[in-house]
Design a binder for this molecule. Structure first.
Ligand code: GDP
Ligand code: GDP
Length: 437
């Protein structure tokens, strides 16, 4: 279920400090993704068993002097359009500024829930100064200190109260959901149109299940799944699509509503930072991945060795996660577009694959016997048993050991590689945990 919460406000009020505080716990347990500059602006927050996406708009503002304020206001308008809850941060030490008032008036006109946050209340007595913020007409200010964390629990409770409930997608069939993501002009809409084509008119759109994701059922050639897109992919709103902030919000929405993401790269440009950012969104959401190198018709040399070189360069850029399929397509000539569909289906199967406890232990126990985890601090580590957890979003394996805390990451990666070489898990993330037994 996709829930996006956006942090807005003028510079220096503490948006990124708040972002870091709220995303910290979750980030610590997620395997390190390929680092990108955008990691500081998009993350996941878990609170009381619920999860939402948090996005800090501050990082997307291009600071070019005179249009600066305009840029911020535009950012706020997009945040209202594209997110589910807006956190409006102001600075209790500084009080109200002109720009605060302008942002507040945009927020008042919007129809989204706004949570007003009076930040930098590091000490108790400062909270009384929050009264002036009633002037915004946005309700009660939540008084917090992003630096020391006070007040953030109540704030998160308030955010959860505004999230959409799980029930909203119930009228969808239980089918795989795929989405095509990538930067503008990679050829996403061309691919979707090539697949669905003119039949789109007779395909039932399941609109209105959620406000913003469109699920188109693809039911032919023996396949049955949903292609998920945000209104942006096929019906372009030219006004905003040049803004990375906007396309990222759109991509997040589609990624979160899907099982497998088809990441489209423009063959004539290779991998650029925007591609890495979108890849990182796919990873953070633990979705299946198919990389599709599009506009292959425009590439002169299509020798096998060049294809290999291209593949290798992509895997290098996306390392350490390299176990995913890469397909060379042309949405224009329709070359290999059905291969993309078949591959996404295969990745979905991998993502939902279950290995019996028997088979796991039959394979792993002798292997671990031969290659045990290196002993740490003179302690001998024994892994006794492994099992796959039922009903998880990605295949999740638990290894029971006498001293789980001493099993280091390189050994866990070794186990993951073994899982991938023994069973077909291409394109899906895997989670491995050590537990005490
Ligand atoms: P942004 O521009 O809105 O993202 O603001 P930053 O998060 O970069 O913070 C701007 C400055 O305010 C930094 O020097 C922060 O350390 C400081 N700051 C952020 N939150 C707090 C807070 O809760 N208390 C205090 N005293 N300073 C804070
Ligand atoms: P989107 O912004 O990712 O949805 O990209 P579009 O589907 O709108 O495509 C952008 C441009 O690239 C359009 O002019 C398409 O005709 C063109 N295009 C898309 N796919 C291909 C392809 O495989 N080969 C070539 N030569 N052009 C393509």
């Amino acid at each position: 279920m996709s829930n996006i919460v956006a942090i807005v406000g003028r510079p220096n009020v503490g948006k990124s400090t708040l972002f870091n505080r709220l995303t910290k716990t979750r980030r610590a347990i997620v395997n390190e993704e390929a680092g990108t500059t955008r990691d500081r602006q998009y993350g996941k927050v878990e609170w009381n068993g619920r999860e939402f996406s948090l996005i800090d708009t501050g990082g997307w503002v291009v600071n070019s002097n005179d249009i600066f304020e305009e840029e911020i206001k535009r950012q706020v308008s997009i945040a209202i359009e594209e997110s589910d809850v807006v956190l409006f941060v102001v600075d209790i030490l500084n009080g109200i500024t002109d720009l605060d008032l302008q942002v507040a008036s945009i927020l008042r006109r919007g129809k989204k829930p706004v949570v007003l946050i009076a930040n930098k209340a590091d000490t108790f007595d400062l909270q009384y100064q929050a009264a002036e913020f009633y002037a915004f007409g946005l309700g009660d200010p939540y008084v917090i200190s992003a630096v020391n964390g006070s007040g953030t629990g109540e704030l998160l409770d308030e955010v959860l109260a505004h999230l959409k409930s799980e029930a909203e997608e119930e009228d969808l069939e239980d089918l795989p959901k795929f989405t095509v993501v990538g930067r503008p002009n990679a050829g996403k809409s061309s691919l979707v149109n090539a697949l669905i084509g003119d039949e789109r008119a007779i395909v039932t759109d399941i609109a209105g299940t959620t406000r913003d994701s469109i699920y188109t059922r693809y039911n032919k050639f023996g396949h049955d799944f949903y292609l998920v897109d945000t209104a942006g992919i096929r019906k372009k709103s030219k006004v905003n699509e040049d803004l990375e902030f906007y396309s990222v919000l759109r991509a997040i929405r589609a990624i979160e509503s899907s099982d497998v993401c088809i990441l489209m790269i423009d063959a004539t440009r290779g991998i650029e930072s925007q591609d890495l950012n979108i890849f990182s969104l796919v990873q953070k959401n633990r979705k299946g991945l198919v990389v599709c190198v599009n506009k292959w018709d425009l590439v002169d040399s299509k020798e096998v060795k060049d294809i290999k070189a291209f593949e290798n360069s992509i895997r290098e850029r996306l390392a350490p996660f390299t176990d995913f399929p890469i397909i060379f397509t042309s949405a224009l000539t329709k070359q290999r577009i059905f291969k993309v569909v078949e591959t996404a289906v295969a990745v979905y199967q991998n993502k939902t694959r279950r290995i019996s406890t028997n088979k796991l232990n039959e394979y792993f126990l002798p292997l671990i016997e031969n290659y045990p985890p290196p002993s740490t601090k003179g302690k001998y580590i024994k892994i006794k048993y492994v099992t796959q957890l039922p009903d998880t979003q990605v295949p999740t394996f638990v290894f029971f050991a006498n001293l789980p805390q001493y099993v280091k990451d390189p050994y866990i990666r070794f186990l993951e590689n073994k899982l991938r070489s023994m069973w077909e898990f291409t394109g899906t993330p895997l989670l491995l945990f050590m537990r005490h037994k």
